[in-house]
Ligand binder design. Structure first.
Ligand SMILES: [Zn+2]
Ligand SMILES: [Zn+2]
Length: 237
């Protein structure tokens, strides 16, 4: 083994979760696989849905007619291969290597792209799980992802501000039109918030109803700017 390989192993003792090769960066994802992820391109500034390439506006028609309670969705990727597999692994198998990669990718994009010209949010808020679900799963994947992002960005996590008051069924198990009702009034605020700019963090945004409901509660509490960070955005159009 050459000296340079040994040094690399010493400094980058990581294995890429996608290609199983030794990672060339201090993360369990190599730069080649990272580059190949289905990164989002032209998306609505507010809800994150993909915009047609011919679009002359930076917001979609839906947001123009009925604005959601949050201001911006920043999504890393479209919900496609292989980020879908990484999210599933993070959610159901308690594989913290995945929540760490996803959180670090959020932090990297926040710093290098999303907030290049503006200040970062003052608080990161993971979408809470209902206690019943938390007991079943043993952890909240959104919180684990947030921990990794917060560590990189040196931002505080708002763990105990919001609670899921209603045990909703998973949004993915419902038809599109049923999802709104499922999460209606699902969240309550447990203590007053003093910050004016927050980012809600979730693994996937599908219709946006969950983060919209949570945003309504935050708005009522006086939060002025609400961003949503997610690892993947499901595309409907
Ligand atoms: Zn790789
Ligand atoms: Zn939109």
């Amino acid at each position: 083994m050459s000296l340079s390989t040994r040094l690399k192993q010493l400094f980058f003792p990581h294995t890429c979760v996608l290609c199983a090769e030794r990672s060339n960066q201090p993360r369990d994802l190599c730069t080649a696989c990272e580059k190949e992820l289905p990164w989002t391109s032209l998306a609505c500034k507010q809800c994150g849905i993909r915009l047609p390439t011919s679009s002359t506006s930076d917001t979609c028609g839906q947001c123009q007619t009925s604005s959601p309670a949050f201001d911006h969705v920043f999504a890393l990727c479209d919900y496609e291969e292989p980020i879908d597999r990484m999210i599933t692994a993070a959610k159901f198998n308690h594989q913290l290597v995945y929540t760490r990669i996803l959180g670090e990718l959020l932090a990297q994009n926040a710093e290098q792209n999303w907030y290049k010209q503006q200040s970062l949010p003052a608080l990161l808020l993971p979408v809470p799980l209902h206690n019943t679900r938390l007991r079943e799963r043993g952890y909240n994947q959104a919180l684990e992802i947030t921990k990794a992002a917060a560590k990189k960005l040196k931002l505080p996590i708002g763990k105990h501000y919001c609670q899921r008051a209603k045990a909703t069924v998973p949004q993915s198990s419902l038809a599109h039109h049923e999802r709104d009702k499922n999460v209606k009034n699902a969240f309550i605020l447990q203590k007053p918030l003093t910050v004016k700019h927050v980012a809600i963090i979730d693994d996937i945004v599908t219709t946006g109803h969950t983060v919209d409901e949570l945003s309504k509660v935050l708005r009522q509490a006086g939060v002025e700017r609400i961003d949503v960070w997610c690892c993947a955005r499901t595309q409907w159009k």
